[in-house]
Design a binder for this molecule. Structure first.
Ligand code: SAH
Length: 347
C-alpha cells in the first residue's frame, strides 16, 4: 500500500485526484506531514473526517517508535534507537554544534558492503529504508526535541547509493520549501564509492556535499579493508569525483579512518597526497573506532598528528574529526548491534 509520507507533492496531488478530492487538499495534507510533522491521520484537524478515513483506507502512515535513547554526558550528543513498523531497529544520532543541530541518519537496515572495520555490516543487509523512514528520523527528532534540525548527514548504518532512488527523492523532499526546507548545502551523503551512482548524482545537480570513504591510498590496501574496492578502483572513483566537481562546483570530502599500523604511516599519507593533488577536496581523518569483532586498533595521537601534517605540508585541506558521544557508543552501528544481540539473547 502507498506510504503517504513517501509521496512527493506531485504524487500527493495525483492521489487526491484519484480519490475524487479537490486539488488544494494535497497542499493541506502535505503541510501536515512535512511541516507540522504529524505521525497520525487524526492529527490533521482541518481535513474532513471523511477524507482522513479515505486516506487511512488507501494509504499507510507509519510512525516510528523510540525504542531507546542515550544522551552523552560529555557533549549532549543523543543517540536514538528507533523501532520501525515491522520491528526492525535503526539508529539515528543528534549532534549539537554551535552552528546548529546535525542529525546523522541511517540509509538502510543493515548493510551489505562488508567494510572490515564497520559494525553496521556484520549481520548483512536486512532491507532498504523507504523515503518515509528516511524523512521520519529527522521529523521525529525535530518534533520531540523541539529543536530545529539544520544539517543532515547520511552517514549512519547503510550504503546510501545502494538505496539510490529513495535517497535522491528524500533529499529533494527535505530541501523543498513545502517541507522542512533544509539547505542542500547542509546535507552530506557518504558513500563507499559506487562509481555509476556518483555519475548519476552529478547529473541531479544538487548542491549537497558528497563524501567518499577512501581509507587507503592504493587499491591493494583498500581491498583489504573494503570489498567494494574489488569492483571499483581508486582511479575510477577519482575520475567520477572530477565529474561530480565539474557538474556541481562542490568540494568533495574524502573520509580516511586511521587504523594503527595498517593505513596510518607517513609514507601512506604521502601516497594519498599524490592521488589527491590539485583536487577540490577536503580530507576528514577519523581515528578508527575499534569494534570487538575485529582486532583493528585506533592510531595513536602521534601518528594522527604526523599523518595530518604530511597532508598540510602538501597543501591538501584536512582536519581530524572531532569525536562526539564517545561514552554512548555513538559510532557506526555499534549500539544497534548490541541492542539486537541482547534481544536475541533474551528470547
Ligand atoms: N556506507 C557509507 C556511509 C556509512 S559509514 C560509506 O561507506 O561512506 C560512515 C563513515 O564511517 C564511512 O566513512 C565509514 O567507512 C566510516 N566507519 C565505519 N565504521 C567505522 C569505524 N569503526 N571507525 C571509524 N570509521 C568508521
Amino acid at each position: 500500500m502507498t506510504e503517504l509520507r513517501s509521496l512527493s507533492y506531485e504524487e500527493m496531488t495525483d492521489l487526491m485526484q484519484t480519490l475524487g478530492e479537490k486539488a488544494f487538499r494535497a497542499g493541506q495534507v502535505y503541510d501536515w506531514i512535512h511541516k507540522k510533522l504529524i505521525q497520525n491521520y487524526d492529527e490533521m484537524n482541518n481535513i474532513p473526517k471523511s477524507l482522513r478515513q479515505k486516506l487511512s483506507e488507501h494509504t499507510q502512515l507509519h510512525s516510528i517508535k523510540e525504542a531507546d535513547r542515550y544522551v552523552s554526558e560529555i557533549d549532549g550528543t543523543t543517540k536514538f534507537l528507533f523501532e520501525l513498523f515491522d520491528g526492525n531497529i535503526i539508529e539515528t544520532v543528534l549532534m549539537k554544534y554551535h552552528h546548529g543541530n546535525s542529525v546523522c541518519i541511517s540509509s538502510q537496515v543493515g548493510c551489505r558492503m562488508g567494510c572490515r572495520f564497520c559494525a553496521s555490516t556484520l549481520d548483512g543487509l536486512t532491507r532498504q529504508l523507504s523515503v518515509s523512514e528516511l524523512l521520519n528520523q529527522i521529523y521525529y527528532i525535530q518534533k520531540t526535541t523541539g529543536e530545529r534540525v539544520s544539517n543532515v548527514v547520511v552517514m549512519g548504518t547503510g550504503e546510501p547509493f545502494d538505496n539510490y532512488e529513495n535517497i535522491v527523492k528524500f533529499i529533494k523532499m527535505l530541501t523543498d520549501e513545502r517541507g522542512l526546507h533544509i539547505s542542500q548545502r547542509n546535507i552530506t551523503v557518504s558513500t563507499c564509492g559506487l562509481v555509476p551512482k556518483i555519475y548519476e548524482l552529478a547529473e541531479e545537480k544538487l548542491a549537497i556535499t558528497l563524501a567518499i570513504s577512501l581509507h587507503a591510498p592504493n587499491d591493494e590496501l583498500r581491498k583489504q579493508l573494503m570489498p567494494i574496492a574489488n569492483k571499483y578502483s581508486i582511479e575510477e572513483i577519482l575520475k567520477a569525483c572530477d565529474a561530480y566537481i565539474e557538474a556541481t562546483g562542490r568540494r568533495i570530502t574524502f573520509e580516511y579512518s586511521l587504523v594503527s599500523g595498517v593505513n596510518d604511516s607517513k609514507e601512506q599519507a604521502r601516497e594519498l597526497c599524490s592521488k589527491l593533488k590539485g583536487k577540490l577536496c577536503h580530507v576528514n581523518l577519523i581515528p578508527v573506532n575499534p569494534i570487538e569483532e575485529r582486532d583493528y586498533e585506533r592510531s595513536n595521537k602521534e601518528s594522527v598528528k604526523d599523518f595530518l601534517s604530511v597532508l598540510e605540508r602538501k597543501h591538501i585541506n584536512a582536519t581530524v574529526r572531532r569525536e562526539m558521544g564517545a561514552d554512548i557508543q555513538a559510532a557506526c552501528g555499534q549500539l544497534r548491534k548490541r541492542y539486537n544481540d541482547e534481544q536475541k539473547g533474551g528470547i
